[in-house]
Structures are given as C-alpha cells and as structure tokens.
Design a protein around this ligand. Structure first.
Ligand SMILES: *[C@@H]1O[C@H](CO)[C@@H](O)[C@H](O)[C@H]1NC(C)=O
Ligand SMILES: *[C@@H]1O[C@H](CO)[C@@H](O)[C@H](O)[C@H]1NC(C)=O
Ligand SMILES: [Zn+2]
Length: 987
C-alpha cells in the first residue's frame, strides 16, 4: 500500500440510480430480528492460537513510552485466530446494491476448510456484517459426500465484536465435531451496509455530466476484508478465491482475476424471517460476473469493483499479460501516462526479480474516494486519482513524479508482498520498506531524468531521520496485535526507514548479491509467507557464495537496524599529524530527556562506513555494535590539508559529525568549487550540519556558514535538503521579531538560483530544472522577493480575467502563484481559487488549489476553510478534509486556529476519520509540529488527556507531536539567540 500524500476531487450530492427498493427495507427487518436473537457467548475461550507471544503484559496506561517493542497502550489480548481449521478456497458472491437510500451488500460465501485438529467450533473474522443464522451450513466433503453438521441452535452463531470474530459452534447435543484430516465446506448468507467509510467494500461518489454516480470499491488492507465477507483475515491464511460480483447491466465488475462468464441474476425471497437468498439465475437487468479462481493469496489482497468506468488498454508488446487502466469516463484522458509507464515498469520488475508476473492481467483503477494513496491488490491495483491520473496541461512535474513513484511501488509489491507475504503484520516494514526501495528502481527505469537514485536521500532517508531522531520513535519491527495497532504502523518508519536500510543493505552486499539472494528468497517462498529472518538467511547464503566480505551475518547486522529504534551519529575526529581518525557512535537524538535513562537498550549498531578525500578512491570499514569497540581508530592516508568525507553518497543510515577543522575544510571546498563533492554528499552535508546544530551537537555558526555556499548551488538535491532543514528554522522564527532578518538571509541565498532558472518555464528543459524552479519560486516569493511577488500577482490577475485559459500559468507554478496572490490579496482572490477547485475535473489541480487557499492571511477566511472541511455540502471531499486542516495549520497564522478547531470538533472529526489509516495522526502532527511556546505545549498535553479515548490509534502520533513541541521549545531557548546573533553579524 502507499500512504496518502495528496489527491483531491470534488463532488456534491444529488439524486440518482434505480431499483429494488424493497430489498433495503427487508434488510433492515432482517437485521433487527437478528440482533434481537443474539446472545452473549464466552469470548476467546478456544482461542489457543499460534500467535506470536507478546512480551509485555502490563501495558495498561496509554501514555507509557518505555515499552518500545510494543505498540503503546491498547490491546494485548490475543487477537489471532485459532488454527484448528484452515481455509483452502473461497467462493465469494457479492452484490453491492448501489441505490441511494438502500446502499447495502448482499453476500454469500462458501469456504472449503481443512481441519488440522479436532474442534467443535469454527472461528473466523467478520465485522459490520450480519449473517443469516438459518443459512449457516457446515458440510463434510468426501466420497460419502454431503454430511451436514448441525450448528447449535442456541448460541451457535456468535459475534465477538471486540475481537471481530464470528464463532460458529456445532450442536453439543448431536456431539458433532470437525475431525482432523477431514475437509469441510462452511457456507452462509449475510448482509452489510455499503457505507462511505473507505474500508471493506464501500461506495465512492462522483459526478458525471452533473449527475451523481456511485460505484462500489474495496480496500481490505490491513484488516478490513472481514467487513466485506466473513473470512480468515490473517496474511498467512492464504487461499484461492473464486469471486462472483452482481451488477446492473450498465456497470462493469472487476476483481483480481479475469472474467470468465456472465449469468443473469434473480432475487428470491425466503420465508417468515424475512431474510432472502440469492439464486444465480434470472433477474431483469442484473447480472452475475464470474471471475477465474485466483492463485493462493492473502485476504488483504482481494479486490472488488463495480463501476461504470472507461477502460484504456495499454500496449504490452509480447508480454504474457494484458494491462488496462480504468477511470471515470470524463477523466479517462488523464490515463495516458499510466498507460505508457505501467507495462514498462511491470516488465522491468519481471526482469529484476527474474520471476514472470503470474496473472493473466493487470488492471489499475483510479478511485474518486480513496483513503490510502494506492493499494497493491493482486491484478487489480486501486489508486487515488492523484496517484494514477496525470494531465499534461494541468498537472505539475511533481504530480507526474508522484504517479510514477506510486505505480512503481504497487507493481513492486506484486512480487514482494503478494507472491511472498509477511507472515504477520509485525513484518509489515519488510513489505513496505522493500516496495518503497524498489519504487526508485522502477521509476529510474522509466523516468531517468528525475534522477531518482539521488532524490532517494531527500525523499526518504533524510525525511525519516527527522522522525526517527525522536525518543518516541519506534523500531521498524514492531510486535502488533490489535487492528488499531496494525493500522498505526503504516507510517514513515515502516516505509521510509525500511527503504533506507534496504538500500544500505544492497550497497554493502553489492547489487549482484542482493538481487540473486532476493530472487532465491522469492522463489523458495512463492505463494507462501516469510519473516524477516528468511530474507536475511537467503542473503547471507548468497553473500557467502559470492565471497562478499562481511564482519558477521546479515541477520546480526540488520537486527541492529530493525529491532532498535533510531540511528547513530558517527563522530569522526582526525589526528592530522598521524593520518588517522578516531570513530565513535552514539544514538542521534534531537533532544535527550530523562525518559531515555530507563531504556535499557544498548544503542550501538553495525555501521557500514565509507569515506573519501576525492570521490575517486572510496575506503570502507565497519563499526561494530559491541560495547568494546565503541572507539575505533582507523588509519587514513589523507593529507592534513585535505578534507575527509564519510558516508559516500549517503548510502548509510547515520549522521556524520567531524571536528571543526574538517568541517571548515569542507566549507572552503564548497565555497571555492562545490562540485568537487558529489551532489548527494552536498545534500548530506546540509542536512547533517543543520540537524546536528538543531540537536546542539554542532555550533550554529558552523552550520549556517555552510549554507552560504548555496549562492552557487544549482543542483536539485542539495537545494531540496537545505530548504527542508532551513524550513525548520523558518517555522520556528516566523512569529518572532527576527523573522525579517532571516528572510533577508534566505533571499540572499535563493535569489541567484531564482535568477538562473527564471520564473517562466523553457521549452524542452529537463524535469529536475522544472522542479528546481518550483522550489526557487516558492521560496523567493515567500521570502519576499519583489519580482517573484509581482509576477505571481500579475499572472493570477490575468487568470482571474480569463478563467478558462489554462495556458496563462504553468501547472508547475500554479501552487506558488495562487498562494502568493491569495496571501497578498483579499476575499476575491480566495473565492476565485475555490471556484476553480469546484470546477476542476483534475484531482491533482484541485489538490494544489486547495493547499494554496490556506495561504490567506485573513483569519476569518482560514476559519471559513476549516468549517468547510467538515461540511459535506461545501464541495470539499471527505478524503480531503484532513489536508485542509493540516494546510491551514502550516500557515503560521492558522496554526493555533486549527488546533482549536480540532479540539472543538473532535467528536465530529472522529466520525469523519474512522480508524482507517493515519488521517487523525496526520492532522495532529501537522497542527502541533511547529508549536514552540510553553502555552502551546501545555494545551497539547491537556488535549491528550482530555481526548485519550478518541485518540486511540493516534497515540504514537500524539506522543511524537508532544516530543516535537518540547524539542521546539528547547530550540527556542537554546538556539534562537544564536541564530539571531549570526544573522546580525552577517547582515
Ligand atoms: C482435503 O483437501 C485437500 C486439498 O485441499 C486434499 O489434498 C485432501 O486429500 C483432502 N482430504 C480429504 C480427506 O478429502
Ligand atoms: C446498517 O445501517 C443501519 C442504519 O444505520 C443499521 O441499523 C444496521 O445495523 C447496519 N447494518 C449492519 C450490518 O451493520
Ligand atoms: Zn506499499
């Protein structure tokens, strides 16, 4: 899966759609009758599952920070299913009723089971589903075929709401049992609501020619397949799925596998209980689409779609599979880019993994309402519109990059994740980390101009370091149990840090060994599951075969990176007279608190070190994780007047600090000829020095002096690093008296770049130049460059005069131009942007407009935006509400307003953001990330106490926000004056 980072479409409600009014009312009656009949049942009594044991038992309070290997608080109950029966094959028949007023799901599932040990009950998952008790059948398979076992009439069907279990118990009077070695078929009919909750099987709404349309779509990962059909919803209970979907004749149904045939539908109603059963024949206008049986796979990869979409077929050359893109009819012209790169990337991964794509088809579909960024369902990948659709004229290069990256990510999962799946969610990081690494390889293959392998360091490595430098970070390998905990680990640590340490691993093993080991691992485990140690084993074997010199096993090395949180800073102290260096490592923390003293973890790692004095000769060595080798002396043939740089091309996940003489020599080199140092290392130097200064480990004078070379810098990646680190200083100082002086420094360093790349796009320029311009113009305008501001205001005025003219403003600058014009302007500029947002059919354009609208400096306009985010008739999509609140919070004027808004509308927000994904976490982080006063910190802590119940699933994010606010407060105390002193000396 790919988490969110943008994507926004609009639609409003009006009427439409036909049919079967009577079914809806019958469902309601059936449900009611059923609930009245429900009885309590002893929960989890037979739950002797094979779950991984949890190490801590006393985690009862929600705010504990000392149990790093457990998710905070909540539920340590064993939520794993027993293994008495295992599913082999599912027959799932689903009819999503897409009728306004009667959105519902009618379902029928039949599961072939193998009994592993004698039992009198079947425990599987189900949530938000009501089973017709009369329809539940357990039939023994075999020669004497058809023996039906009796389900207990009293308490035979029990829902354990908290565990999300459905327990089916055989009748004690008949002494029926499931016996070891025998096979059974469990079948039942059920109903559910087709909600707009963006999980399980749900409905999405959009407009076509002004008319409201509905579609049904699924999102199962991690634990929501159980909302679409009763199932054994754990990743290592793989089975074959035969799917049948009901649809109206105007709609198309899609699933993981190709369609094999279509039959007519008939609805027959049954007996006095007012429940109904579906029969596969005759009902005018409605059809059953039957799909081919799948390969063995996990429940979280199952996908269902019923929609009236346009199909765009891709040219696949002589590939063994078909490849299609689907989108709303009026957006299908935006599918060209995906159509072009999709098959190329899929073919690239076939070659990379040395394993053919095993399914006959791949479909990729853009969903108007989607909680995540995208989801790798095997053979039917679902995306947010912004992550799949791209409009040459209206989308920016950043949108293109996003589409490319997400497609590559999801396609990498087809092997790593789908073919071989993590055994349990504890190893989620392996799935996501790997896909997040491999997406760069796939993207580089189709868009080399974006220099993906360089961009890795800013997009992932440096980005995740800032989170992992907090005490409230967590190890990437986390023991998780409850769905809330599972949802919480879809975070930057699993993705970004996972990708970063896999990149480091590939670097120290060598590309060839890494790939061979990977292929061996995938081939030996295909259609099965694995834990991280299985991968380490395969790589260790391959490293031995290829005679790669390693100080110890891959597992011993990698365990220090996956089981401990954080990362080291390596201190390099040179002995200039003896051509040697002393090396030592310690955990890099933005700030140390007393809490860390209770943490018994030894924070030392196996660190693969590389170094150079000229970028011609690269030396390498290891720092061991043992206590004894804490200090390490290394002889390096370097001239005393020559700089020394460690962590070449920043392949390692650690920071480097030097003695001040070496820092000075690096600074001189940057000022005289910065290209003698590689672009990635220039980015590393900016990021390391500014962060070391922020953490109080390097004086700000050294770090800020280094930034002065930026006047000469023209490469994208070093700028990107520098701007995000400097962005921190800016956000801390934006409400202080010295902000004017800081702006002056930023203008000084950015103006040469702004003048070089210019405001206007040049025909045929490379994509990274365009990206550089986006940054240069955005910073120049926000730091008060007059030329930038007046050009932006003028362009926007022209656009307001000629709204349909899309050539007036490049999509690449639309964000900055709109933001600047709204900041400098009044209500009328803001309303124009709102109207363009509402009128746009391009999701990525809408996202840009929505973000820019939060640049207003009128408090009442910001208040209006916040209100609109929760108002379903405002035209702001549910999936965009989080973005609006976060964006307003990034405006220093709106920071506190957003926080107040969240506090005052907390219950409402909780409803809008169900526990799926990290919307709530994201908002809290956005709002509190720049808090830097005593009062703000105090209120944030009070907020956590007041809303502790509603914050479940966002506990870690809240703790991280509090940590950040503390860091910020500390930064203001310790560094604010130092930065001001430096600025006053220079300007
Ligand atoms: C049960 O089903 C499996 C295949 O899933 C088959 O290999 C096995 O022979 C069956 N056992 C019996 C007793 O029918
Ligand atoms: C469907 O929604 C209705 C109305 O909100 C509710 O009463 C019913 O319990 C829901 N059904 C299920 C299966 O959750
Ligand atoms: Zn993913």
């Amino acid at each position: 899966m790919k988490t969110t980072s943008g994507g926004y479409v609009v639609s409003k409600c009006r009427a439409l759609l036909l049919l079967i009014v009577f079914i809806g009312s019958l469902i309601a009656v059936g449900v009611l009758v059923y609930f009245l009949a429900d009885r309590p049942y002893p929960a989890a009594a037979t739950n002797g599952a094979t779950a991984s044991a949890s190490s801590s038992s006393s985690s009862t309070t929600t705010n504990k920070k000392d149990q790093h290997h457990e998710m905070n608080g909540s539920n340590n109950k064993n939520v794993r299913l027993p293994r008495a029966v295992l599913p082999v094959r599912y027959d799932v028949r689903l009819f999503p009723v897409l009728e306004k007023g009667n959105f519902s799901i009618l379902g029928q599932v039949s599961i072939d089971l193998e009994c592993q040990m004698e039992t009198d009950r079947i425990v599987l998952h189900s949530a938000d589903i009501v089973v017709d008790p009369k329809s539940v059948k357990v039939i023994e398979q075999g020669k004497s075929s058809g023996k039906t076992l009796m389900v207990a009439s009293d308490g035979g069907i029990h829902y354990d709401i908290e565990m999300e279990f459905l327990v089916i118990r055989l009748c004690p009077k008949h002494k029926d049992k499931l016996v070891k070695g025998a096979n059974y078929t469990l079948s039942m009919n059920y109903v559910g609501n087709l909600t707009d909750q963006l999980r399980g099987l749900y409905r999405s709404t959009y407009k076509e020619d002004g008319v409201e349309k509905y579609m049904a779509v699924s999102q199962m990962e991690p634990t929501d397949a159980r909302r679409a059909f009763p199932c054994f919803d754990e990743p290592n209970m793989k089975a074959i799925f035969s799917v049948t979907l009901g649809r109206h004749r105007d709609m198309t149904a899609l699933s993981n596998m190709p369609l094999i045939n279509t039959t007519q539908m008939q609805v027959t109603l049954l007996h006095h209980l007012n429940l109904f059963i579906l029969h596969p024949e005759g009902m005018d206008g409605f059809y059953w689409d039957h799909f081919a049986p799948s390969v063995p796979m996990s429940t979280y990869l199952v996908a269902f779609i019923v929609a009236n979409f346009t199909q765009v077929e891709a040219d696949v050359g002589n590939a063994t599979w078909k490849f299609n893109i689907y989108a709303r009819p009026s957006a299908s012209n935006q599918a060209q880019y995906a159509r072009e790169i999709g098959p190329k990337i899929q073919a690239f991964f076939e070659d990379y993994f040395q394993i053919p794509f095993p399914l006959p088809k791949q479909d990729m579909i853009a969903i108007p309402d989607f909680a995540a960024g995208a989801m790798e369902n095997w053979g039917l990948i679902t995306y947010r519109e912004t992550a799949l659709l791209y409009d040459e004229k209206k989308s920016s290069v950043n949108n293109k990059e996003r589409v490319c990256e997400v497609i590559a990510h999801e396609l990498a999962h087809q092997w790593f994740g789908n073919l071989v799946t993590m055994d349990w969610w504890t190893d989620l990081w392996l799935n996501e980390g790997f896909a997040s690494y491999a997406e760069y390889l796939g993207s580089e293959h189709v868009e080399p101009g974006l220099k993906w392998l360089q961009q890795f360091v800013t997009r992932d490595l440096q980005d995740v370091m800032s989170l992992d430098a907090l005490e409230s970070s967590h190890p990437i390998s986390v023991v998780v149990h409850h769905p809330n905990e599972i949802n919480e680990i879809f975070d930057r640590i699993s993705y970004g840090k996972g990708a970063t340490i896999i990149r480091m691993l590939a670097a120290f093993l060598g590309e060839k060994t890494f790939r061979q080991g990977l292929t061996n691992y995938l081939k030996s485990r295909q259609y099965g599951n694995a834990v991280q140690d299985d991968l380490w084993d395969a790589l260790t074997k391959q490293a031995k075969a290829n005679k790669v010199p390693l100080p110890t096993g891959v597992k011993q090395i990698m365990d220090t990176w996956t089981l401990k949180m954080g990362f080291p800073v390596v201190m390099v102290t040179r002995d200039y007279d003896n051509s040697s260096v002393f090396l030592s490592q310690e955990r890099f923390l933005m700030q140390r608190s007393n809490a860390s003293s209770q943490d018994k973890t030894v924070y030392l790692w196996w660190v693969p070190l590389t170094y150079t004095t000229d970028f011609q000769t690269i030396g390498s060595t290891w720092l061991a994780d043992g206590q004894t080798s804490k200090k390490h002396e290394l002889s390096i043939p370097a001239d005393k007047n020559q700089w020394l740089i460690f962590n070449v091309d920043q392949m390692g996940y650690y920071r480097i600090n030097y003695d001040s003489q070496n820092w000075q020599m690096i600074g001189q080199q940057l000022m005289t000829n910065h290209t003698a140092i590689s672009a990635i290392n220039r980015a590393q130097i900016m990021d390391d020095s500014l962060n070391l200064a922020e953490a109080g480990q390097l004086d700000y004078e050294t770090a800020l002096n280094l930034t002065r070379y930026l006047e000469h810098e023209t490469d994208y990646v070093p700028w990107d690093s520098a701007l995000s680190s400097l962005g921190y200083i800016s956000s801390m100082m934006s409400r202080t008296s010295a902000y004017g002086l800081l702006k002056k420094h930023f203008r000084t360093i950015i103006t040469p770049l702004y003048n070089l790349v210019g405001f206007d796009q040049k025909v045929g320029e490379d994509l990274l130049t365009t990206k550089l311009r986006i940054n240069a113009v955005s910073w120049a305008c926000s730091m008060g460059n007059k030329d930038c501001i007046s050009r932006s205001v003028n362009s926007y005025a022209q656009w307001m005069a000629d709204p349909e003219n899309i050539d007036l403003i490049s999509p690449n600058l639309k964000g900055t131009v709109t933001c600047t014009a709204i900041r400098e302007g009044d209500e009328i500029e803001w309303e124009f942007a709102l109207n363009r947002y509402l009128a746009s059919n391009v999701a990525s354009e809408q996202a840009v407009l929505l973000s820019s609208m939060s640049c207003s400096e009128k408090p009442w306009i910001l208040a209006k935006m916040l209100e609109m985010s929760l108002n379903s008739t405002s035209g702001i999509r549910k999936q965009d509400a989080a973005r609006v609140i976060s964006q307003v919070a990034y405006n220093s004027l709106g920071r506190y307003m957003s926080f107040n808004f969240i506090r005052n509308n907390f219950d409402e927000l909780r409803k809008v953001f169900p526990s799926t994904f990290s919307s709530m976490s994201g908002i809290i982080k956005a709002v509190a990330s720049s808090f830097n006063t005593e009062l703000e910190l105090k209120e944030l802590m009070q907020f956590r106490v007041e809303k502790s119940v509603g914050l479940s699933g966002a506990e870690r994010a809240t703790q991280q926000s509090i940590d950040r606010a503390k860091n910020n407060l500390n930064w203001m105390r310790q560094n604010y004056h130092k930065v001001v002193d430096w600025l006053q000396r220079i300007y």
